[in-house]
Design a protein around this ligand. Structure first.
Ligand code: NDP
Ligand code: OXD
Length: 315
């Protein structure tokens, strides 16, 4: 029975895809990269940072499924065939990201870095406690992940602002969009949370000038940055400069220009930087594979794919 169904190419670098292979194989034959060249029986590809060129050799490829919410790793392939690209939108991934964002925002807001340093140095000192309502968290990217994070932060009592490409209203959130809205958005932001995709339009957007535009004279004693979007959004030399001259108070970084973060990076040892290894929100195959398989079956029955990427926008 399974022979009749389109086969899947599973092409992954950077981690062991064994679990993905096992779960996808429950319904369809799975070919591990490198598969046979020009294999007409492969109709779908499930990929994370696949080897460039591998997809263009599949004559009957019908859709590419990203293992992540971000699809910049797919657009990095200069020979990408013109088939729909489906990205991850999943409750458990959104929940993970909401947890990461609230964790990092609360840590900056509740002076976690100061208290860890004081404990190390055996200092008993409690500065004035800032109120959440006096702090504005500005979220760049109010998509699936940004909106969920915004809801959680609103529930905690923070002021929340958001910045998007197109105008996108959200209850309780002061929304800004496009280049025209960026300066006003930044001027009122105390903790900047970045949940943008990496596209040609967003590459390098977190630079010194942008950090300089954040509100520094605020209830938490300076501007803070949380980036869980993509490393290529940020200029790390500018972040270090901003930390060292007082433009930026603290940073929580989950993503980096080069991953893994090279051992010689000063970000590893900077006392006001919190590093996590691109671990804000993992793609869990137990949750995601059934959805991918269901999408393939629906597609074969003539139904439209969901969460298809806008190729022109790049996300
Ligand atoms: P969505 O596509 O749902 O949302 C993207 C948001 O970014 C939208 O609000 C969009 O604006 C906005 N945006 C895109 N381009 C621009 C631009 N040029 N200017 C202003 N706003 C822009 O994505 P998700 O929320 O699902 O995911 C966001 C990103 O998070 C992913 O692309 C990925 O890079 C990252 N991620 C990181 C993970 C981690 O573990 N660190 C895990 C999962 C995702 P508009 O609403 O107008 O379209
Ligand atoms: C993603 C990621 O894009 O894990 O989902 O970074």
């Amino acid at each position: 029975m399974t022979e009749a169904k389109g086969r899947i190419l599973l092409s992954v670098t950077g981690f062991n895809p064994l679990r993905w292979h096992e779960l996808l194989s429950a319904e369809r034959q799975v070919v591990l990269d490198p598969g046979g060249p020009e294999d007409p029986s492969i109709h779908y590809a499930v990929v994370w940072k696949h080897r460039p060129g591998v997809l263009s050799r599949l004559p009957n490829l019908k859709a590419v499924f990203s293992i992540g919410a971000g699809v910049d790793h797919i657009f990095a392939d200069p020979e990408l065939p013109d088939v729909p690209i489906v990205r991850v939108v999943a409750d458990n991934l959104t929940q993970y990201m909401t947890e990461y964002v609230t964790w990092r925002v609360l840590d900056h807001h509740r002076l976690g870095m100061l208290y860890r340093d004081q404990q190390r140095r055996v200092i008993w000192h409690a500065p004035l406690q800032p109120a959440a309502g006096d702090v504005t968290v500005g979220i760049m990217g109010l998509g699936q992940l940004g909106r969920a994070a915004a809801r959680a932060l609103l529930a905690l009592g923070f002021q929340v602002a958001g910045w998007t490409r197109s105008a996108r209203p959200m209850d309780g959130v002061d929304c800004y969009s496009g280049e025209d809205g960026l300066a006003s958005f930044l001027a009122r932001t105390d903790i900047l949370v970045v949940l943008l995709p990496h596209t040609p339009a967003t590459e390098g957007i977190i630079d010194y000038a942008l950090l300089r535009a954040l509100r520094r004279d605020n209830a938490i004693g300076g501007a803070c940055l949380v980036n869980a979007g993509r490393g290529k959004l940020q200029k790390e030399a500018d972040i270090l400069r901003a930390l060292d001259d007082g433009t930026l108070k603290e940073a929580s970084l989950d993503v980096f220009e080069t991953e893994p973060l090279p051992p010689e990076s000063q970000l590893w040892t900077h006392p006001r930087v919190f590093v996590t290894p691109h671990a804000a929100a993992d793609s869990d195959p137990v949750h995601l594979v059934p959805t991918m398989l269901a999408q393939m079956s629906r597609f074969e029955r003539g139904e439209p794919l969901q969460h298809v990427v806008d190729r022109e926008a790049g996300y």
